[in-house]
Design a protein around this ligand. Structure first.
Ligand code: FPP
Length: 248
């Protein structure tokens, strides 16, 4: 992978620093098609997708965007071929080990959103280690949505709240948006300002259903492994051209 030219490390002059999103969420779609177009196995598309995510993380860090959330594996992705699911689980583990030292040095705080208990135990251990090792970091917050489903997340929040009500620890009148948010995987994280989905698909696909009530959406035909700084710059220009009214 080629390194970005020095001028791209700076925030491009046509972007307004005051109007940058605080939290960007990405649906990294098109890895398989990227590989197929080149006559390569899908697995190589996913490997290349990791590089694109790394570069986006660096770019957010360089340009002063404090939070990035990436949809790495959905609750529906278990329906893929066994070989691909196994490959992805191994890839997540490998990447976390490989990148951990650099993340620690760069001040990245990594956290996860999803039902982690259903993941292979060695991956769960790696996740715990990565989260613990970066917990005190003060830099960009990377949230990886892994075995994540928006409806499942809302249901588990409802179950937890219902249990507290049943135990007499909470009154139904106390359940408001702020309280509900505390029971989601993303507790403590602001809602995404911008969602980017690559590969021309224009769906939310069960991603951050609660959190994206007022998120600006940006869809691009670029396949995820080709999504680079220039493409992110375009997405930010589109974001900054919009008027966010939050229904007012
Ligand atoms: C969607 O493309 C991509 C995925 C399901 C996997 C994305 C995962 C990564 C990029 C690895 C990230 C690694 C870590 C540790 C966070 P697709 O397979 O649906 O592509 P297609 O629609 O062209 O088939």
């Amino acid at each position: 992978m080629t390194l970005s030219p020095a001028h791209l490390l700076q925030l491009p002059a046509d972007l307004d620093r005051q109007l940058l999103p605080h939290h960007v969420a990405v649906v990294m779609d098109g890895n398989g098609r990227w590989a197929q177009k080149r006559g390569l196995p899908r697995s190589l598309g996913h490997r290349q997708g990791v590089l694109a995510l790394k570069e986006l993380l660096r770019c957010c860090d360089d340009w002063g965007i404090p939070a990035l959330t990436a949809y790495a594996f959905s609750t529906e992705n278990w329906g893929r071929a066994h070989e691909e699911v196994d490959f992805l689980m191994t890839l997540f583990e490998q990447v976390l080990w490989q990148e951990l030292e650099e993340m620690v040095q760069q001040g990245v705080r990594i956290q996860f959103a999803g039902q982690l208990s259903a993941l292979p135990t060695s991956l769960q251990d790696t996740i715990l280690h990565a989260v613990e090792s970066t917990r005190q970091n003060q830099g960009i917050c990377l949230t990886v949505a892994l075995n994540y489903g928006g409806r499942q997340e809302i249901l588990q929040a409802c179950r937890s709240i219902a249990t507290l009500v049943q135990q007499g620890l909470l009154h139904p009148d106390q359940i408001d948006e702020a309280l509900f948010s505390q029971f989601l995987y993303t507790t403590g994280l602001s809602d995404p300002d911008l969602l980017i989905r690559t590969s021309g698909e224009m769906r939310i696909s069960n991603f951050l259903l609660w959190q994206m009530a007022y998120t600006e959406q940006y869809f691009t035909p670029i396949l995820w492994p080709d999504f680079d700084r220039a493409a992110f710059h375009e997405a930010l220009l589109s974001y900054q051209s919009r008027q966010r009214r939050f229904g007012k």
